[in-house]
Design a protein around this ligand. Structure first.
Ligand code: PEP
Ligand code: MG
Length: 855
């Protein structure tokens, strides 16, 4: 490279317009990532062409019409050099205007280049510049060059003619004038509404700045080996080491990646020619530079390079684009190679990235009954009942029924419904449609643009191309990886997580300082929780177990029993089933704590609501139908969520809790026979008064004594309370002395604190959020001001009354990174969340601990 340090002093170490030298005042937050990266490459003594960086402020001024000293910039470069200008935003993901190459090209330069490189190369360079200037700078219609013949003197003349005809002015010949126009157009493009909205969607702040870099062109065309290409050391999809990229002789910019037939591989490849064979020494140098960049820039970088008559130039380095799997592998390998610390590797992986990795897929061996196809917009597969609106999706989720949200297309109003659904299917839209973008963002399997299917919202039907009709409530499966829509529920394969993922999770566990458990109701959930290394089960909702076939009728019989004795007799039949459930859970969890919540819902939820079901029940119980209907209507409640449920059942119908306690203790002993010590945790739901706890504790202690003496074996257990009513939160000082733990059920606590039905809030939640009444849906993100204050009061008073007490959150908020931050600050021992959110919670907790240490 030429060193012209003495020229253009105004551009030496000027904070706003500076030559990129090792010591120039350049920072990412003032000049952007590209400028900073180029400075690092210069410091590494890599063959980087001479470059001038313009700061965010300089570019803002340009947008307002205040130009820097253009002649001072131009004077930094050798006379006659061609230049390119590229954007340099703070985060490369925020985008920016496209690069403009070959600035400075005019008839004089053409003559020079014709002499040096030959007429064809000179014409090609000039034509390329005229066309890109016309489109990117003069904002003319690209179609005007459709008929221009490429790579010929005629093509150049046609392009100049088309420009002049359209713009009604001659093509500017003065390099300074050209550069001025390019800088102005790029500065203004950044301020355009579309560009602003696009970058804000990627998380850029409203006032994000744009820097620009002006670089001497290395031409890539001419005599000797000339061309351009890109190289990286990892595969962007897998994250595994692999020299990847392309090189194209006689090309500029990123031409090599544009599917040009002449592009060759980089390393030797059985599929065709390679740069390694063409110029082995250059290839070796490139690889050396790439390794040095990886090591010193502490990141996997993609190099953009040019060969000019055999001489190698490194034009740029950008962070390698990466899939979610690659993101984890790259971070882990960089840490394993000692290039970054483990903590930094953890900070580099977004919790969202893990979510994407964690999804299940349709098993490759499953039979696939394909009923439609669309664009595979967000990976993973999901099975659920069809629902046609966001409100239905929320209602379905609150009933614990997985659903697929089927919409013509989605809009921001559907977001809450999308959160509630397990998958989203749309008739319209492409890979960047709202449904697709949001689906990927939240790791929700999503198929969009399934236009061969008809979505009839008023009839609540989905009609396939072949005329098959699927009604609302029928089960379908979305394969967001292949884009297929399947009937029914094919067998699934759980997310395959590789060694890097496991390693990253191990590091997270070493650094985090709050425990993570899983909410798991079934052995399958418990197995997933184990696979994700949850530190136990924080909430096992036992009521789901009674809905299983063979149990529901027995359950109903128990509900219909007239006397305590009859009830006990029926419960005797449920006992072995519950014992088997718990034994399985304890065995799967291998001695890790399992917190079992005693029966919670109102009993009438188990009774049939329609005539057919009631008749069947009358038959099964051998009762007159009128008896059955009378009893069912007598049990109905005006406000069941605030009615006879939770501990209120434990107090008024104690036989159920006694049976469950017995099943838990016997299962703990049975599981311990296999050599695993089990200390079960028993949790009492919906408590609001001390006396409730006292009564249930007395009953459970009695069952424990009975089991100990019957089995002639001792065991421990821990009794705790689920704090989910505001009164319980306020009265933890009374309650805590009876408890080994308090677990805050933030779903009900949110419902009761706001007086807001968790099942109905979906209908107006978007209005509330849109009008700024709530900053977010408080069932999704913990309301730290109101519900949070109750949590703090409850935790503080509980801990004061009983210093050893274990404190936790087991509502849906337990898996949300912001809520985990709150729980950690409030001194909670653990959070418990759905099994698939466990890795995300482990990572988020580690990131919080690391951030605290950094600050
Ligand atoms: C809660 O209320 O926060 C809770 C975890 O229990 P459920 O969702 O079963 O009511
Ligand atoms: Mg609850």
């Amino acid at each position: 490279m030429l060193h012209l340090g003495e020229k253009g002093a105004a551009v030496q170490n000027n904070p706003h317009t500076t030559l990129v030298t090792p010591k120039a005042p350049i920072a990412t937050d003032t000049h952007g990532g590209r400028a900073k990266c180029l400075q690092r490459l210069v410091r590494l003594d890599l063959p980087v062409p001479r470059t001038v960086a313009l700061s965010f402020e300089a570019v803002q001024r340009i947008a307002r019409g205040e130009m820097p000293d253009i002649s001072a910039i131009v004077s930094q470069f050798p006379d006659g050099a061609l230049l390119c200008v590229r954007p340099s935003s703070e985060d490369p993901d925020w985008g920016g205007p496209g690069a403009v190459l070959n600035i400075g090209m005019n008839a004089d330069r053409q003559a020079d280049l014709t002499e040096r490189l030959g007429a064809e190369a000179a014409e090609a360079i000039f034509m390329r510049f005229v066309q890109s200037y016309a489109v990117d700078v003069a904002r003319l219609d690209p179609d005007m060059f459709d008929d221009v013949r490429p790579d010929s003197a005629v093509g150049l003349q046609d392009s100049l003619y088309a420009y002049e005809a359209e713009y009604e002015e001659p093509f500017p010949a003065d390099p300074a004038e050209q550069l001025t126009a390019v800088l102005k157009s790029m500065a203004r493009a950044w301020d355009g509404t579309t560009a602003r909205l696009l970058r804000q969607a990627k998380g850029a702040p409203a006032d994000a700045g744009l820097g620009l870099v002006v670089q001497e062109m290395a031409l890539g065309l001419g005599t000797g080996e000339c061309g351009s290409g890109v190289l990286q050391l990892v595969n962007s999809d897998t994250g595994l080491p692999q020299i990847t990229g392309r090189y194209l002789s006689q090309s500029q910019g990123r031409d090599a990646l544009e599917g040009d037939a002449g592009a060759v591989f980089l390393s030797r490849d059985p599929r065709g020619a390679s740069l390694e064979e063409l110029v082995p020494d250059v290839f070796a140098r490139l690889c050396k530079h790439a390794s040095l960049m990886r090591e010193r820039l502490r990141e996997e970088m993609q190099l953009e390079f040019v060969l000019e008559n055999g001489a190698l130039h490194i034009l740029d380095g950008v962070r390698v684009a990466r899939s979610s799997q690659a993101a984890v592998r790259i971070a882990v390998r960089l840490a394993e190679d000692g290039i970054i610390s483990r903590a930094e590797a953890l900070m580099r992986v977004q919790p969202r990235t893990l979510t994407e990795l964690l999804h299940r897929q349709v098993s490759p061996t499953a039979r696939r009954d394909v009923i439609g196809r669309g664009i595979a917009a967000s990976p993973g597969a999901a099975t659920g009942q069809i629902v046609f609106s966001a409100a239905e999706a929320q209602a379905s989720a609150s009933r614990g029924e997985p659903c697929i949200l089927v919409r013509r297309e989605t809009s921001p109003e559907d977001i809450r419904g999308m959160h509630a659904a397990v998958g989203v299917l749309t008739e319209r839209g492409g890979i960047t449609s709202h449904a697709a973008v949001i689906g990927r963002g939240i790791g929700l399997p999503c198929v969009v643009g399934a236009s061969s299917m008809r979505f009839n919202r008023s009839k609540k039907q989905l009609v396939t191309e072949g005329g098959r009709v699927f009604e609302s409530g029928e089960v379908i499966t979305l394969d967001g990886t292949s884009g297929e829509v399947l009937a029914g529920a094919p067998e699934m394969r759980e997310a395959a997580l590789d060694e890097s993922f496991q390693r990253l999770m191990d590091w997270a566990d070493e650094l985090r300082d709050i425990d993570i458990r899983a909410n798991a109701d079934t052995p399958a959930d418990a197995q997933t929780a184990r696979n994700f290394n949850a530190q136990g089960i924080g909430l096992c909702r036992t009521e789901h177990m009674f809905f299983e076939t063979g149990r529901l009728t027995v359950m109903r019989e128990m509900i219909f029993a007239e006397t305590s004795q009859d009830r006990r007799a029926v419960l005797e039949r449920l006992l072995p089933m519950q014992r088997a459930d718990f034994t399985q859970l304890f065995r799967i969890m291998q001695g890790k704590p399992v917190c079992i919540r005693l029966f919670d819902p109102p009993l009438h939820e188990f009774l049939p609501t329609d005539r057919v079901g009631q008749r069947e029940l009358a038959e099964a119980l051998d009762l007159p139908l009128s008896d059955v209907t009378r009893r069912i209507s007598a049990m109905s409640e005006y406000n069941p969520m605030l009615g006879l449920r939770g501990v209120r059942l434990g107090v008024t119908v104690p036989e159920i809790y006694e049976m469950q306690a017995r099943a838990i203790f016997e299962a703990a002993l049975d599981a311990a026979v296999d050599g695993v010590a089990v200390v079960p945790e028993i949790m009492i739901p919906l408590v609001s008064a001390r006396r409730e706890v006292e009564l249930v504790k007395t009953a459970i202690d009695a069952v424990a004594s009975a089991v100990r003496s019957e089995r002639d074996q001792d065991f421990d257990f821990r009794l705790g309370v689920m704090v989910e009513t505001p009164r319980a939160a306020l009265r933890t000082a009374d309650i805590a002395p009876y408890c080994a733990f308090l677990s805050f059920g933030t779903n009900d606590l949110t419902q009761m604190t706001y007086g807001l039905s968790r099942d109905d809030a979906g209908r107006f939640m978007s209005d509330y959020v849109q009008q700024g009444v709530f900053p977010e849906d408080p069932f999704h993100v913990l309301d730290v001001e109101g519900v949070g204050e109750l949590l703090k009061i409850g935790a503080g008073r509980g801990r004061e009354a009983q210093p050893d007490i274990t404190l936790s959150v087991c509502g849906e908020h337990g898996g949300n990174p912001e809520s985990i931050s709150f729980c950690r600050d409030a001194g909670f021992d653990y959070v418990s969340c759905s099994p698939f959110r466990v890795p995300v919670a482990r990572l988020a907790a580690a990131q919080l601990a690391i951030s605290d240490k950094i600050l």
